[in-house]
Ligand binder design. Structure first.
Ligand code: ADP
Length: 397
């Protein structure tokens, strides 16, 4: 089957066309600046990137240009749109309504709309992508793959906040967790890579990208995760604060004369390692470089980041009463040996020993603990698009 995977943001859209039989990417790219001016990036497998400035007042034009690029005479990956067998959509929030991926029907669209108030920045954009695909490719099945679904197996003790119970009942205020597609994919790949039986395993997945989260996966099911009702909870991230004392919000609002919305914006966009490094960068390549050249704030920002990762991993070892494997994934997890070493060095009490030579790896699956380390540590690249493609095919077979 040929599956078009769509990840629609508010002003951007990422896409991949995947052949599910070979799991090869046939073409991929993105649309940027939708609603502003518009730019299409298209790349057929094995060829250079092509970039075009096209007017994209809405997602409809953007997806229209993607479909044109996919079928263009010279570098198109397919000759006819009819070759697209299915479309898999990333949907950020499924609330408590979706515990797995689902074929999109009118009822499903209605339910995604209902949970949109939990992700007002993301779900409406995801829905636009779904509706435009239905319109431009009538008859092609659409599947929704939710960022929250994998975490729906968490028990109440993990997902309830210490708040009046009514807020949970009335408004759905609870921990949902995100990056679920990645946590699910990487936990399975980790078990495969290490030859573990996923149904009898304890795996901690550290998804460390610009957004970062950790999950505890016991026997293939998520039992806890660090992101919360929104992706702002948990780890210190690129620009997000992660968990903070909630009283800080009012304190800062008073001191800086800001509204709640303004403080929330700061917690999302100006905090994390970006804020800690005094606005130097949210990118770990820049921070690593600055730290190596003696920038103390960059060094401290990196320490704060790794320390929070370490505390969370330690907490999840306790939650599962042990751990068989720890997997690092996403931009930082796959590419930053320094962060991995900083986290692992304090886990010696678990019998973990880092193989410093093996830890130099970037961007590919590798065991980075020594052969006799009691707990295995590895780097496992995530692939959310492939995971969406696999779920889409599984539902349609
Ligand atoms: P997201 O999908 O959340 O945007 P990614 O998983 O793509 O994030 O991760 C992006 C981040 O990965 C970058 O901001 C950067 O901090 C980090 N990163 C990428 N490459 C490297 C590298 N070679 N060394 C250190 N960090 C890296």
């Amino acid at each position: 089957m040929k599956v078009l995977v769509i990840n629609c943001g508010s002003s951007s859209l990422k896409y991949q066309l995947i052949d599910s039989d070979t799991e090869k990417v046939l073409a991929k790219g993105l649309c940027e600046r939708i609603g502003i001016d518009g730019r299409l990036v298209y790349q057929k497998a094995g060829l250079d990137k092509e970039k075009y400035d096209y007017a994209m007042p809405t997602h409809k034009e953007a997806i229209g240009y993607v479909l044109k690029a996919l079928t263009n005479d010279k570098t198109g990956a397919i000759s006819d749109l009819k070759e697209i067998d299915a479309i898999g959509h990333r949907v950020v929030h499924g609330g408590e309504k979706f515990s797995k991926s689902t074929i999109i029907t009118d009822d499903v669209i209605k339910t995604i709309e209902e949970v949109s108030e939990l992700a007002p920045l993301h779900n409406p954009a995801n829905l636009i992508g779904i509706n435009v695909c239905k319109e431009l490719m009538p008859g092609v099945p659409n599947v929704a793959v939710f960022d929250t679904a994998f975490h729906q197996t968490m028990p109440p003790k993990a997902y309830l906040y210490g708040l009046p119970y009514d807020y949970y009942k009335k408004y759905g205020v609870r921990r949902y967790g995100f990056h679920g597609t990645s946590h699910s994919f990487v936990s399975k790949e980790t078990a495969k890579f290490l030859g573990l039986d996923i149904n009898n395993s304890k795996i901690i997945v550290c998804h460390l990208g610009n957004g970062a989260s950790i999950s505890a996966v016991e026997n293939g099911k998520c039992v806890d995760t660090s992101m919360g009702m929104t992706p702002l909870d948990g780890l210190v991230m690129g620009t997000r604060s992660g968990a903070i004392d909630p009283a800080i919000i009012e304190f800062i609002a008073h001191k800086e004369n800001l509204t709640l919305d303004e403080v929330t914006e700061i917690l999302n966009k100006k905090s994390g390692v970006f804020g800690l490094s005094n606005g130097l960068s949210s990118d770990f390549r820049d921070l690593d470089d600055a730290a190596t050249h003696g920038n103390e704030l960059a060094k401290e920002a990196l320490e704060v980041f790794s320390y929070r990762v370490l505390k969370t991993v330690g907490g999840y070892v306790a939650v599962m009463n042990g751990v068989d494997a720890i997997a690092f994934t996403a931009g930082i997890g796959e590419n930053d040996p320094g962060v991995r070493a900083e986290v692992i060095k304090n886990l010696g009490y678990l019998g973990i020993e880092l193989d410093e030579e093996a830890n130099k790896v970037r961007g590919e699956s590798a065991l980075i603990s020594t052969p006799d380390s009691k707990v295995k540590v590895c780097v496992i690249p995530t692939n959310e698009e492939l995971a969406i493609c696999r779920d889409t095919v599984a539902l349609l077979k």
